[in-house]
Every structure is written in C-alpha cells, then in structure tokens.
Design a protein around this ligand. Structure first.
Ligand SMILES: [Zn+2]
Length: 242
C-alpha cells in the first residue's frame, strides 16, 4: 500500500501535519510520536489524543465495524505440527491487515483470535460500508489462497474465517482507567461481534443496514433470521460469499 509522510488521521481530523516518515519525522519521534500499529498511515497520537483534542473522554462516530476470526483451529492443531499453524495464522493476520489498511480501515484490537476493524475513523470515507464489506470478502479469498499455498485446501480441514459486519454510531475513547488507547464500544460493536460468532467459515454475515449499501454487488443474497447470544430480538442478516 501507499505510505504517507504525514499522519492522515491527524490531517483529516485536526488539520495538523504530524510527520511520521522521513527526516522531518525526527523531532516528532523525539516527542514520542511514532507510527501507529493500528494503521501504517496513522500516528500514535491518533490512538490516545482524539478524545482529548475534542475535549471529551469519549466521542461518538459513525463507522462500519468488522470482526473476523479463524475457525477450525482445534481440528487444525490435530493435523498440523505447531510451526505450521503458527505460519498459517501469522500469514493470515498479515494478509488481513493489509486488506483492511488498503481500504482505510483501522485495526482497533485483537481480541483472542478475533480481529476488530473500524472503517471511517479517523480516515474518513463516505463509502466506508462498502469498503468494510469488500474487505470481508477479500479476507475470505486471502484465507482460501493461504490454505491452497500450504496444501490445505482439502475438505477434511474445515478451517476458514468467519466475518461479521454492522454499521452505525459507536463510542470511541478511553475505556476504564487502564486502557489509554482508544477502544470502540456500544451496541453496534456487540452486534458485529455476535454476527461474527454466528458466521460459518467462509461466510461474511452483515446486517440489513450494511446490506442496503451493497445490494447491487450481491443481488442474490437472502435475509435470514438469527437468534444471537445476548441479543434480545431475532436479527435479520445476509450471508455474503466471495
Ligand atoms: Zn495522527
């Protein structure tokens, strides 16, 4: 992907040029500002200071939330020696990251085996819902590609990735006293996480709100009703396959 000299987040949110690459980055490094691990075109200031800059502990932003995790890990560990699993997982997460970054998504957190990505903050994109869905589909392709390259495409290995996507307002900010970097919380995040839990390997499960934005790309997708853990009412969701 194309890397930038200044932090794109600080520029688009605060109109402040924070240099993250090249000789001009040295004074910023001296101040403790470096490249964020959440996205190579963001700085570490983005992880801690947006809420402060906006004079609030937490801010509400409209984003698309994507959760992805690798399934079938137990079966895998029975079949492969550990270094092979490690190789598979690390090449998968590397591919995941580049797919998400390429579409201006931010990897907010790794929770166990699951990855939480946000689209539309701090890198603003009007088409963030479509970017999130395309990322989900590309993750599926990447996973299939990695399996094939390791000679694991056989049916007996039911390994794959499950993806859940929802869009709406989330709270971003410091959660608790010990978490200084920002975390996305709220019902939109929870629902995306539950959908990911319900998604089968190879499946991208999206809510009605998400599907509306991408219906032209997946005209054949049908709504199904899901009873999700911790969600009171059944949720109508669409299964999108690569
Ligand atoms: Zn920044």
């Amino acid at each position: 992907m194309k890397t930038s000299m200044i932090c794109k987040g600080c520029w688009s949110q605060l109109h402040v040029p924070v240099v993250i690459r090249g000789p001009l980055a040295i004074p910023f490094r001296a101040l403790g500002l470096g490249i964020s691990r959440m996205h190579p075109n963001l700085c570490t200031l983005c992880e801690t200071q947006f809420a402060k800059a906006k004079k609030a502990k937490q801010i509400t932003v409209r984003v698309s939330v994507l959760f992805a995790d690798v399934r079938g890990y137990t079966t895998l560990s029975e079949v492969l020696e550990n270094p092979a699993i490690a190789r598979l997982l690390s090449s998968f997460y590397e591919r995941c990251a580049s797919v998400i970054w390429e579409r201006d998504g931010l990897i907010n957190k790794l929770i166990g085996d699951a990855m939480l990505a946000l689209f539309n903050f701090p890198l603003v994109r009007e088409d963030h819902v479509r970017q999130a869905v395309q990322s989900g589909v590309e993750l599926q392709r990447a996973c299939a590609g990695i399996k094939a390259s390791l000679g694991l495409s056989g049916q007996e290995l039911a390994i794959g990735v499950g993806v859940g996507i929802h869009t709406g307002d989330v709270l971003l900010g410091e959660v608790g006293e010990f978490c200084r970097d920002f975390t996305a919380v709220g019902s939109v995040v929870n629902l995306a996480s539950r959908l990911q839990g319900a998604a089968e390997a190879g499946e991208v499960l999206v809510t009605e709100e998400v599907y509306r934005e991408v219906a032209d790309l997946f005209p054949a997708a049908e709504a199904r009703s899901y009873h999700l853990k911790g969600v009171e009412h059944p949720v109508s969701a669409y299964s999108l396959r690569a």
